[in-house]
Write a protein of this length. Sequence first.
Length: 265
Amino acid sequence: MKRLSGLLLALALCRPALAGLTERDLSQVALVPQPEARVPVSLSFRDLSNRNMTLGEALAGRPALLIPVDYTCRSMCGPALSIIEGALIQTGLQAGRDYCLIVVGIDPKDSPDDARAFVQARIDDDALLASISVLTGDPSAVRTLTASLGYRALYDAGNDQFAHPSGAVALLPDGRVSRVLSALALDPQDLRLALVESGEGRIGGITDRLMLLCYGFDAVHGVYTPAIHRILQAAGAGTLAVLMLALAALHVRSRRVGSSSQGRS
């Protein structure tokens, strides 16, 4: 899967963390799942009641939107979750029935209390709050999950902050990664299409199916674009290639004619 550009890979950097990390360090931060990436559904975390919950139990046979966050982040994680809440509400899909939202902490030091305070301060929708899975995990679980997603964050021990990408990962019910979307510029229509596509025909309606036929996913920017745009781009590239070949042929021909004329003279 191609590296996303723009806001998706805008680093969620707290100002103190900037002093502790170099530009070379920050270049390693990314969210780049491998082709056919899959989260380990047997991987166990803790929910807000401090009970063990596997990712498979959180998915419960539904498509999901998984959000890696730092529960004590003082910068972008909070606004990103608020943006996601608004976009999910505008999709028209029903939380808990059509899809599930899974929020996972990337800092093993964060407790369920940290997670609860973070989520409750940013999600107001009762239906979403009732269905969300808010998880914390030990270092091994966090490393395994982030590695499966191609999610690379850097910890600045001096400031106790992370530099990390801000992204939302759409999952199929079996844990396969379907799409990676920007968490900071999330369009409700793109989010609905990603969840419908991840549901493999189990959610959405005929209009959604038609839109998925007419739209394609732009992995570079993390958005869905009309197929006609891609067709026109391909046609334009093809036309340019033909013109370049024609010009090259004319150039070769003119040189041959020039050489032939010089030979006769």
